[in-house]
Every structure is written in C-alpha cells, then in structure tokens.
Design a protein around this ligand. Structure first.
Ligand code: PLP
Length: 266
C-alpha cells in the first residue's frame, strides 16, 4: 500500500526489534511524512465529495505509541490526537504541549471519568458516550471541575454485532436527546462509529451512521452541519469522507503498525 506497510515487517522479532523500528521511525521523520500524506489524501477525498477539507478533522490516534513520536507529529504542525485508554492518556498528556486537543475515543468506565478529566485538562472531546449512565457521570464530573462544557459524540454500534460498545441505531435519538437536553455540562456534537468488532468498517456501517444523523437532526431540529460524523480509520478514511465523515481517526497510517493489533487480526 505504501512504505509504511513495508515498515511493518521490521517490527517482527520481539520487543528489541520493535524498539529499533520505533527509533528509526522517529529519526527519519516517517510519522511527520505520513501525516503530510494523510492530510493530502483527506483533502483529495473532500474535494471528490465537493466538500471543504477544512471541514474534516484528522484525529491522530497515538495509542501504544511513545511521547517522542507524538511530539514529532506535533512538531509537524498537528494538534489533534486521540487515545483509547485512560491510563495511557493521563500518562502522556502532561508530557506534551497544552495546546493539543485530546480526543478520548475508547470505552469509558464510570470510575475512570474523574481521573480522565483531572489528568487531561486539555481534553477536547469524548467520542465514545454510549449510554445514559456514562453521560450522567461525565456531566456531573465536568460540572464539578468547573471546566468549560465538554464536547461529546454518541457512539453507535452500526454493525449489529453483539458488542458492549455503542448504542443500537434504534436507541440513538433517545440517547442524543438525553445528552443534549439532560446534561448541561456536555455539548452534543455528533455521532461516532467504529464499524465491525474487528475494527474494520463497511460502507453499510457508514450509511447507517449517516441515517442516524438524519433522525437525530429531525428529532432535535438541528441542521446536519450541527451534527458531526466520526467515522473512518486508516483503512477506509477516504471512503468515509466521501460518505460524509467530518472526523477521521487515523492511527497506524500515521504512526506505523501497533504490535498488539497483530494478535487481534491474525
Ligand atoms: C485504534 C483506533 C483507531 C485507529 O485505527 P487505525 O486503523 O490504526 O487507523 C480509530 N478509532 C478507534 C476507536 C480506535 O480504537
């Protein structure tokens, strides 16, 4: 696909080989170059769908990657990063500049809400609100920190696979109403989906999310511009943009392959 795919081979052979590969990655500025290439592809996909590329946000998903590599992408001018695990984001955020906009994109447990807010004052968005309980926890915790309202997306399970994560499309409107009307410290900004359980997605998943947006907009009396769609990852972000995505979450194409995902996918 590109030279990053080639790089994948270099990471096989245990933790030492992985460290070597990471060091080479950092020295050569590979991540910064990959970011430029992603930005260009985002622009082109936006143009193909007659949209302005500045309406599509790139979240650089840095999970499992070291702070030095995130710094490289930051130094190349990028400001929006995403993490999945509370423990990881609270460890990394204080080591990095405060003008980073952090997106939390992983499953959030109630007991992790406070550490997340306390550890990441520059948390810009939580993309993974998928039930009323977690919305209420977030709302109360944001209220008690005195920070400005927190932007949130409602995560939808668009694959129909049995999964703990993401509300069923049929429950989407109700949850969105709860967030926008019942959680004064949260700012509802749109919908997010991953797609399939194995972290791939199909055009059907994207269309399902887009249909959810139509229902939400009708129910709330808002325009589509007021409801973001976070969909598309390394393998399918261009398609997702063509199908209306405003927020793509891109990890391995920018930062190189993650070790542990091989276990999941092989
Ligand atoms: C890891 C992750 C991504 C990025 O995946 P890549 O395929 O590496 O781009 C995007 N979204 C979520 C929710 C993730 O957990």
């Amino acid at each position: 696909m590109n030279n990053l795919e080639e790089g994948k081979k270099g990471t096989e052979g245990g933790p030492e080989a992985e460290q070597c590969a990471m060091a080479a990655y950092a020295m050569e500025g590979v991540a910064a170059a990959a970011l430029r290439s992603v930005t260009l592809r985002v622009q082109q996909a936006a143009e193909r769908s007659s949209r302005q590329s500045d309406r599509v946000r790139v979240v650089a998903v840095s999970k499992t990657k070291p702070v030095s590599l995130i710094r490289q992408v930051y130094d190349a001018g990028h400001r929006c990063f995403g993490e999945n695990y509370v423990q990881e984001i609270v460890e990394k955020a204080p080591q990095l500049p405060e003008d980073i906009e952090w997106h939390f994109i992983g499953n959030l447990q109630s007991n992790k809400v406070k550490p997340l807010l306390a550890g990441v004052p520059n948390l810009a968005m939580v993309e993974s609100v998928d039930d009323e309980k977690i919305a209420n926890h977030l709302d109360r915790a944001v209220g008690s920190t005195g920070r400005k309202p927190l932007k949130v997306l409602v995560q939808v399970n668009t694959s129909g696979e049995a999964s703990k994560y993401g509300i069923e499309p049929s429950g989407c409107v109700e949850l969105v109403k709860h967030v926008s009307l019942g959680c004064p410290n949260l700012e509802f900004c749109g919908l997010m989906t991953i797609g399939m359980l194995d972290y791939t997605s199909t055009p059907e998943n994207f269309k399902t999310l887009s249909n959810c947006r139509s229902e939400v907009c009708k129910a709330l009396g808002i325009t589509e511009e007021q409801c973001e769609l976070s969909m598309g990852m390394s393998g399918d972000f261009e398609l997702a943009i063509e199908l209306g995505s405003t927020n793509v979450r891109i990890g391995s194409t920018i930062f190189g392959p993650r070790e542990y995902t091989k276990k999941n996918t092989n």
